[in-house]
Design a binder for this molecule. Sequence first.
Ligand code: NAD
Length: 490
Amino acid sequence: MEGVKGLESDLEAMRQYFRSGKTKDVAWRQSQLKGLLSFIKEKEKDIFKALKEDLGKHHVEAYRDEVGILTKSIKFALHGLKEWMSSKKAKLPIVALLSSAELVPEPLGFVLIISSWNFPFGLSLEPLIGAIAAGNTMVLKPSELAPASASLLANVLPTYLDSSAVKVIQGGPAVGERLLQQKWDKIFFTGSARVGRIIMSAAVKHLTPVALELGGKCPAVVDSVSSSWDTKVTVNRILVSKFGACAGQACIAIDYILVEKRFASTLVELMKVMVKKMFGENPRETNTVARIVNEQHFLRLKNLLSDSAVQNSIVYGGSMDEKNLFVEPTILVDPPLDAAMMTEEIFGPLLPIITVSYIPVISFYLYTCILQELHPAIIKKTRLDKVEDSIAFINSKPKPLAIYAFTNNEKFKRRMLSETSSGSLVFNDAVIQYAADALPFGGIGESGLGKYHGKFSFDTFSHYKAVTRRSFLTDFWFRFPPWNDYKLLL
Ligand code: NAD
């Protein structure tokens, strides 16, 4: 188990270091954030190299999604830090005359961050920014599935930071489980719902608070948008967010599209043209699409495509190169709704489009429920009537991390907003919400618990202590016994 020799004593030393109070200092927090910024700046080329090695990411994509976003986030934290750390006045009821109250943020203590492989720097360092800004000591365990990135984080990052307060431990599930046996003041986890459940069970022992950044199937609804310009913008944004961000291996990637049947062929034909324009005839050779992280995930995607009905639904792409772990951007129209493709999170460059066609009932949801009761196989053929019915379709699935809707229809937007539930809701774009410091990033229900980014990251790793200050001068006599009914009248 690499990096965990003498684990218990190392962790105890870090707990002691937190108790020394050093990490609470504003100057300490600033110096660590600046250290993080220097790491990103000075090791930019090494970061690109690691991301190329682990995931075949083009360096421009790596800059956009990891280096660039992290640089922005660190600067945002440095800029807001003093204000975030300041106590906030609170109002007290009149009975507490001549008193004052405030909310004082304090660090939680010693925290654990476990991260995923698809954005190995972003998903490790974005929570680290919050943990540092809030004044904690911390252990980061990056994913073993992006080993070059994990090694850079473990071997180089600590030289830019206070190594008594920040430790990076490499390893897989066994190391993760060993870390989970320790007592933490918070566990911040990014990964699958399966492991999320393991994290939550382990946290129960010490009543440790958790943040779980999970995944799921994020739908995009495409309305028959009004102009050819809107359609082109829609297609561009869908393609770049699906195939151009770690080849669809992203928790907020569009998992599937719902589109009105009458508009589907226009959309698909434009997609075929634009996908070639954006990623070229041979994306593997031009390195415009990242590769699949490992053989296991490659075979998982191969398996999703293996069903003959799914094969028949491919309208673009579909080729796979096992030696290079490369999957071509692939578009499918109406794969069966009960195929694994439509029941499991895809997490790869496969984009199913589900068409919305005639069905003679108002509520798709009721209709599918009845059909499912009568004959589950019929569900395969079930289609939606109009784009509004996509709401019922989305609501029949677990709450997603993100919902996207491409539309100019204001009434439909209002309905999406009030009738669906998700971590985030984006109109007319996808994935862009990840870059916003002012928006909380996190899921709801099965897509996660807790939120971060910007000040939300600081809050995630802070406790807001309620502080009340009273004067000895005044008091209301009726709050003290002995009780009598006269006191009630007051
Ligand atoms: P994963 O759950 O397999 O692994 C995540 C991390 O947990 C890794 O560091 C891994 O080593 C560790 N781990 C695995 N088993 C463990 C155990 N038994 N005990 C302790 N730690 C353990 O997930 P993954 O393959 O890295 O990521 C894919 C999933 O993560 C997808 O579902 C995706 O949607 C989700 N995800 C979510 C976000 C988000 O921000 N919400 C971001 C990226 C990925």
